[in-house]
Design a protein around this ligand. Structure first.
Ligand SMILES: [Fe+2]
Length: 492
């Protein structure tokens, strides 16, 4: 073959590969929807003591389907007692997504047909009881039986909190969630503080997230928090026109979550609260959207009314970063609206992500307080703010920024807050245990090693004292003293 002909044939061959209209042969088996149920996940949409909410996916050939629940007993055939429930089914067109801001064609899902998401809320359950359930796809195509414990009305609670998983979710993040499961197999729930995936319109990205967690997402209920990557910026009138935040159409079908009637419709299933039990109340704020006044009002009311001993606010964006104050408009609006409510109610923990570093700060009662003190010394504290990332994307800080963060420089406009511990180049997960008057916090890296720890003791009037554990005083992990880092583009 002449060189020119060879070049032309090769060129046409390569072109035909890229322009082939059918991409379905590129879809991995762990992404493809079939008649079998997959992407099964347990969430809270009502009282965790008496309900279990489950969502799953099939291809669009599966219309009406069912789920079954039974008391999990030691009997070999516990399943004979299974009770059948009819599921709700939602049709989702992955290529032509219809959002609150109109229709948009997804470039991520070419060649992927519509799918069906099914959901069920098992109701009238007994608190603190182990149940087994299974879900069906097409007739006779059942999942395995999963066992989930309903919440006890009171007593100890333990949960795991993850910052952004976001990039390299299947190849790299899987080890983090699996290590969390190995360390805390009996956690009551796993909380994901936003940016679960990088491209929330991409079915492939969600396939990664579900495959990485596998059955962990089912047997340990999930509290998902929307981040900026779940609320994409879209242009309403060409690339120079105004932009709006448009939530991915995959969020609501995938997760069965509470609807707060007091909030605008755009926030339904995105901002919500979970009263886990007598002691713990979790409030999820959607920090990636603009309705901060509505959310501030709702949060203020919820925090005023709750009588839970411990309150947690979780939102994707922090009020500040170890690097510098975030001064972009949306962040300023968010901070002005939400931060005063958190301070007013002295929320115990604020769990966030977005920055792709680890940072733990405290709002001290004594604003001249030297942060951290010595190991074992207690100090009065109002709120602990945490930023964390569980994925392999890590923000590079300059040397000066790292030193300023290590020095714990206080920012002039939030003087009472001191940075206590940072960690760079280190995906992390946090284990939080509440037992009566005591809250115990641990941050662990992907190998399960403890990196940060503290305990808060609350007295009967609500005053809190924080004591740092030994791990809080370990060497600070920086880019300068840890292994080589490379941006996440090559993680597959
Ligand atoms: Fe983010």
């Amino acid at each position: 073959m002449k060189p020119l002909t060879f070049f032309l044939v090769s060129f046409l061959l390569v072109l035909s590969l890229f322009s082939h209209p059918d991409h379905t042969d590129q879809i991995p088996h762990w992404q493809k929807a079939t008649g079998w149920p997959d992407r099964i996940i347990t969430t809270f949409s009502d009282d965790p003591a008496t309900t279990i909410s489950v969502t799953w996916r099939t291809d669009s050939s599966v219309g009406r389907t069912i789920a079954e629940i039974a008391l999990a007993t030691a009997d070999a055939r516990f399943d004979i007692q299974g009770q059948v429930y009819r599921a709700k089914t939602e049709h989702v067109d992955l290529e032509h997504m219809v959002t609150e801001d109109g229709e948009r064609h997804s470039l991520y899902n070419i060649g992927i047909g519509p799918v069906h998401y099914h959901s069920i809320v098992f109701e009238d359950l007994e608190p603190d009881t182990l149940y087994a359930f299974r879900v069906q796809g097409a007739r006779g195509k059942w999942s395995e039986w999963f066992q989930v414990q309903t919440a006890a009305k009171n007593g100890p609670v333990q949960f795991v909190y993850f910052g952004d998983s976001q990039n390299g979710v299947r190849p790299n993040w899987s080890r983090v969630i699996r290590m969390a499961n190995q360390k805390v197999p009996t956690a009551n729930f796993f909380l994901h503080a936003g940016d679960l995936v990088a491209k929330a319109d991409s079915d492939y990205n969600w396939a990664e997230w579900f495959d990485a967690g596998g059955f962990i997402h089912v047997q340990t209920p999930v509290i998902p928090v929307p981040g900026n990557h779940e609320n994409m910026r879209v242009w309403t009138d060409g690339p120079d026109g105004p932009t709006v935040r448009s939530r991915t159409t995959m969020w609501e079908p995938q997760f069965t979550l509470p609807v707060e009637e007091d909030l605008p419709k755009t926030l339904h299933e995105n901002a919500y609260d979970i009263r886990y039990n007598e002691d713990l109340h979790v409030f999820v704020v959607d920090s990636a959207r603009f309705e901060f006044e509505d959310q501030a009002k709702w949060l203020d009311k919820g925090l005023s009314e709750t009588d839970a001993k411990w309150t947690v606010v979780t939102m994707h964006h922090p009020f500040f970063t170890p690097k510098a104050w975030d001064t972009r408009d949306i962040d300023d609006v968010r901070r002005k609206a939400i931060a005063p409510i958190v301070s007013k109610h002295e929320v115990d923990l604020v769990l966030t992500g977005h920055i792709h570093t680890y940072g733990r700060s405290s709002a001290h009662v004594d604003t001249e307080q030297t942060s951290r003190l010595a190991e074992g010394e207690a100090y009065d504290v109002k709120t602990v703010y945490v930023i964390s990332a569980s994925g392999a994307k890590s923000t590079l800080l300059s040397n000066e920024e790292q030193l300023a963060a290590v020095a714990g420089d206080r920012k002039p406009d939030m003087k009472e807050i001191a940075l206590e511990r940072i960690g760079l180049n280190t995906p992390m997960f946090q284990v939080i245990k509440i037992d009566g008057d005591i809250l115990k916090y641990e941050a662990r890296d992907a190998t399960g090693t403890l990196y940060d720890e503290f305990t808060i003791v609350q007295d009967e009037t609500g005053n809190k004292q924080l004591t740092n554990g030994a791990a809080a005083f370990g060497d600070t992990r920086l880019f300068s003293n840890t292994g080589k880092y490379r941006e996440w583009w090559d993680m597959r």
